[in-house]
Design a protein around this ligand. Structure first.
Ligand code: 5AD
Ligand code: SF4
Length: 450
């Protein structure tokens, strides 16, 4: 067999953004490993540098172009340096146009719809010594059977659907990731079984809006998200199932029942609220109001009393008044989230809200942001303090980065726990008694290993 031109090449992947992107990077790494490339932790010393971009985070453009500036310096020293850009940002034409004009030394650009083509593009770029840009609009099929080099040995991401049809007025995702497409349930089950055989105990089902999963099985029957959970609950070796992200408007009664029926479904939900003001929610096109959201939270808590809840909140959406913002603060106090991701509203070119006239001044946004973070943190601290004395099941992930003598893991509710323990606990589910609750994590001591 002839040697592949890619064999032995050192690669490095930089990932910005959400878990979807992290998982795409795992796939890219998996494909490069199959080509016998080797990973390097130094981006500057790699032969192939991949930047997987995100267009959601505040200052995403600025950070991205800053990174490009750093890559340019390496490229000047080493003309063979292969610079590859992918991810959400590459699906935006104004970005790729700027790159072509101002950063002509970039070698490969590919989009979110053709990740599977990357090894081919890379070979072409090496063999034909040319620059390649291949960004697809969208596609009707889903590339199955791609490899993955996991970030964690005992837990894995599993995509169940791609894209989003919701068009929240602030969000770029429906434009960059395209329309919703669900994988076939059999493909998902097969992947989960393979992961279990490879030692994975926990899977996180990924999708922009997992609740709207509609997969056709081989018999032509439609399975919804709750059906899928019931099926995955039967996979031997998988001990925990989580999912990200669910949209409140589509959260079904059947899914709430699945929490009760499916032992492996963790008592945890990430349920983005975005705002506590019904008027702003309407302007965001979220399709639920404050009261409906609170009713849903109540229903979940009633069915699953121990459920841990996290959320996403945006401050400073166009036209947000002090009153609207106070509505968000009071909602945070009312729901008592275990944690929350907080975002400063950021104008995304091409989205409806970017055109709205009543944009909120930066200093007002920041001032509200700080108040919000304070409220969120004080609720988190209270929720974590309330865990003290409880015995939690913790999937032990590895050693703490800060203190090598300490192990870290996650509770069913996705709370991070630090505790003293032996290395052989890694990958196991341990009973840990919680001794201290901090703002962002817990401390505990091992009781027993399962
Ligand atoms: N500005 C601020 N936050 C945003 N998000 C998405 N788009 C924007 C934007 N333009 C946040 C939402 C979403 C999370 C993934 O990112 O809260 O739930
Ligand atoms: Fe964006 Fe809304 Fe879709 Fe989430 S549901 S990806 S916020 S458009």
């Amino acid at each position: 067999m002839s040697m592949s031109i890619l064999e032995g090449k050192k690669y490095n992947i930089t990932t910005f953004g959400c878990q979807m992107n992290e998982h795409d990077s795992e796939t890219i790494a998996g494909m490069l490993q199959e080509e016998k490339c080797v990973e390097t932790l130094s981006r500057d010393e790699a032969d192939i540098a991949v930047i997987n971009t995100c267009s959601i985070r505040e200052n995403a453009d600025k950070r991205f172009f800053g990174t490009l500036g750093q890559l340019k310096k390496v490229k000047e020293r080493n003309p063979h340096y292969m610079v590859c850009l992918c991810g959400c940002m590459m699906q935006q034409e104004h970005i790729t146009e700027t790159i072509k004009k101002k950063y002509p030394w970039v070698d490969i650009i590919f989009g979110t719809h053709n990740i599977d083509r990357f090894p081919k593009l890379l070979r072409d770029a090496y063999e034909e010594r040319r620059k390649i840009m291949e960004v697809k609009e969208d596609r009707s099929d889903i590339a199955e059977g791609l490899p993955s080099k996991r970030l964690f040995k005992h837990k894995a991401f599993v995509n169940i659907m791609y894209g989003c049809n919701n068009f929240c007025t602030y969000c770029i995702v429906p434009y960059t990731r395209g329309r919703e497409k669900s994988r076939h349930p059999e493909d998902i089950l097969l992947e989960a079984e393979k992961l279990a055989a490879d030692g994975v105990k926990e899977i996180t089902l990924l999708g922009q809006n997992v609740n709207s999963y509609r997969g056709l099985d081989a018999g032509g029957q439609e399975k919804d998200f709750a059906d899928l959970i019931y099926l995955l609950n039967e996979v031997e070796g998988i001990e925990r199932i989580r999912f990200m992200t669910s949209h409140p408007k589509d959260l079904s009664h059947k899914l709430i029942e699945a929490y009760r029926d499916c032992r492996k479904l963790c008592d945890y939900i990430h349920l983005p609220v975005q705002s506590g003001s019904s008027r702003i929610l309407k302007a965001m096109n979220r399709k639920y109001d404050r009261e409906e959201y609170l009713r849903l939270v109540h229903k979940l808590r009633e069915a699953v009393p121990n459920i841990t809840m996290s959320t996403d909140i945006i401050v400073g959406f166009p036209s947000e008044t002090e009153e609207d913002f106070k509505g968000t603060l009071s909602l945070v106090r009312e729901v008592k989230y275990d944690s929350a991701f907080t975002f400063l509203y950021s104008r995304r070119k091409g989205t409806p809200a970017a055109q709205y006239e009543d944009q909120i001044p930066e200093e007002v946004k920041h001032e509200r942001f700080n108040r919000l973070v304070e409220a969120v943190n004080s609720e988190s601290a209270a929720r974590n303090a309330a865990c003290v004395g409880r015995v939690e099941k913790v999937l032990v992930e590895g050693r703490s980065k800060k203190d090598k003598g300490v192990l870290t893991g996650r509770t069913e509710g996705f709370k991070l726990v630090d505790f003293q323990g032996d290395e052989n606990l890694i990958g196991k589910i341990a009973d840990v008694e919680i001794t201290e609750g901090k703002t962002f994590s817990l401390r505990g001591r091992v009781r027993q290993t399962l």
